[in-house]
Design a protein around this ligand. Structure first.
Ligand SMILES: [Zn+2]
Length: 237
């Protein structure tokens, strides 16, 4: 006898059978006896066995962030992910889409397990975002440092889960590689913010006065980061 979950209802007029996540659910009116229900289950046992087998054979849900048609934020704009295969791995984008080209060499591996594709798309995007953030900061850091009158020793870009940037007492700056998902004016704010820490290693009133002097729209930038935090967080597989 197949195990099932029985849900009784006063309103129901008929017996309903359903297989959900590989388990049988029976909905039945109050007056139908357990014996009758057992009989119905038995009479439908071939269909039920088939349904259960089908559902159990389905692969676990894939992460939906790195699949064809997934939505991603790049430069503060929503883009649709388009996955291709080619001789050389590449990432390019235009107004609406971001194209990730995976190496042809990965095709056989991915054909055996589609989940692998999510992993490679993520890896490639991650490296690309890091590169994009690095290029932008490299081009703009000196300009702001001169304006503010500070001299950072170095900067690096890495994948942070919960911060946009940091600064230590050795005047080394760090920036989140995910900043390339935000608009340029947001990256500018994070650059100014970290550079101002070279003067004030805290969030005192003096610190914010220096920030506002070099980035008057800082409240708007802070609000943007707060409201887009969820989208900017890097989903894990
Ligand atoms: Zn700070």
């Amino acid at each position: 006898m197949l195990p099932y979950q029985l849900i009784r209802s006063v309103k129901r007029k008929t017996v309903g059978l359903q297989v959900k996540h590989g388990k049988i659910i029976i909905r039945a009116p109050k007056y139908v006896s357990e014996q009758d229900i057992a009989y119905i289950v038995k009479s439908k046992s071939i269909w039920l066995h088939r349904k259960i087998a089908e559902q159990n054979a389905q692969p676990a849900a894939r992460n939906d962030h790195y699949q064809q048609g997934s939505q991603l934020l790049i430069n503060g704009e929503r883009k649709t992910l388009d996955i291709h295969y080619g001789l050389f791995p590449d990432v390019t984008f235009d107004e609406d889409i971001i194209i990730v080209t995976l190496s042809d060499k990965l095709k056989t591996k991915i054909a055996a397990d589609l989940k692998q594709q999510d992993k490679y798309v993520k890896q490639q995007l991650q490296a690309w975002l890091k590169q994009q953030t690095h290029i932008y900061i490299d081009q703009n850091l000196c300009h702001y440092a001169e304006k503010i009158g500070v001299l950072p020793k170095s900067f690096n870009v890495r994948l942070y889960k919960s911060r946009w940037g940091s600064c230590n007492s050795r005047k080394e700056l760090s920036f989140s590689s995910l900043l390339a998902m935000a608009p340029k004016w947001i990256i500018d704010y994070v650059i100014v913010h970290e550079l101002c820490h070279l003067r004030h290693m805290n969030h005192s009133a003096e610190f914010w006065q220096l920030v506002v002097l070099h980035y008057p729209n800082y409240l708007l930038a802070k609000a943007w980061l707060k409201s887009n935090q969820n989208q900017l967080q890097w989903p894990t597989i």
